[in-house]
Design a binder for this molecule. Sequence first.
Ligand SMILES: [Mg+2]
Length: 121
Amino acid sequence: MDETEKKNLYNSAWNHWGSTSQIDILIEEMAELTLAILGTRRNGVTYSYAFSEEIADVIICLEQIETRMKDFPLSLSQGTLWDQVLEIKEMKLERLKNRLMEDIERNLPEGIADTITDQVR
Ligand SMILES: [Mg+2]
């Protein structure tokens, strides 16, 4: 399915079933993913078909939310709600990178730490 078809499908589903229903489905799918992760781990493996299936369900729900947020203006000068999400995501990625670098530098011998942190920078 191409991007235009997906966008039309997500918007049609949102308009047909309504925002409360679609957000409830997202909540249900996230809970199903949580259970799939726990079930997979209980079986002593990292991945399973159920895990992949629930990841796909959550991605679909999040893509639908993304589609809606891209059409929702935050204000006249600040873009859309989705722009805000991307800005927050970028901040969090920088925070993750900094935490990783600090942890590597604190816990690994200097030569090894330098090699790894050079790859992250
Ligand atoms: Mg599911």
